[in-house]
Design a protein around this ligand. Structure first.
Ligand code: NI
Length: 137
């Protein structure tokens, strides 16, 4: 584990009060962990603006009765097999499927996979969750 460094932060009183309220509602025990999480969140955003390697989680919701859709989604994933680490398919009910794909690669490549999935006819909802390899966090 890396050495911890203490530093002082000056904040407006009202802003700090609201921040502390947020921490209580979110279940944080202290400010240090909350501030570190905010910093990491921002660093991950920056990773997604650069050209390095990131990790993305794409979730998609669709009706498997939609003609050719399952084939198309499989096709998109095969076309990007070098980036896709895993996928999980959940049959939510008789009609709806939830699929979760974890991908690792350049931000543009992962966004492209999510866009191709989103643009497929019959896909009801797609979410790209931007995460990190954790190497620089
Ligand atoms: Ni299914």
């Amino acid at each position: 584990m890396e050495r911890l460094v203490r530093f002082g932060v000056s904040l407006e009183e009202g802003l700090l009060r609201r921040f502390d309220g947020l921490l209580r509602r979110c279940g944080y025990g202290n400010r240090s962990k909350a501030i570190a999480d905010l910093v990491r969140e921002r660093l991950v955003e920056e990773e997604w603006r650069a050209e390095g390697e990131v990790v993305g989680i794409i979730s998609m919701l669709y009706d498997h009765h939609q003609r050719e859709l399952s084939n198309r989604l499989t096709h998109v994933q095969h076309d990007h097999y070098t980036s896709i680490l895993s996928s999980q398919h959940i049959h939510l009910d008789r009609d709806m499927c939830l699929e979760v794909v974890v991908a690792r690669g350049r931000p543009g490549e992962i966004r492209r996979i999510a866009d191709l999935i989103r643009a497929s006819r019959g896909v009801k909802h797609v979410r790209l969750s931007m995460s990190s390899t954790g190497k620089k966090l």
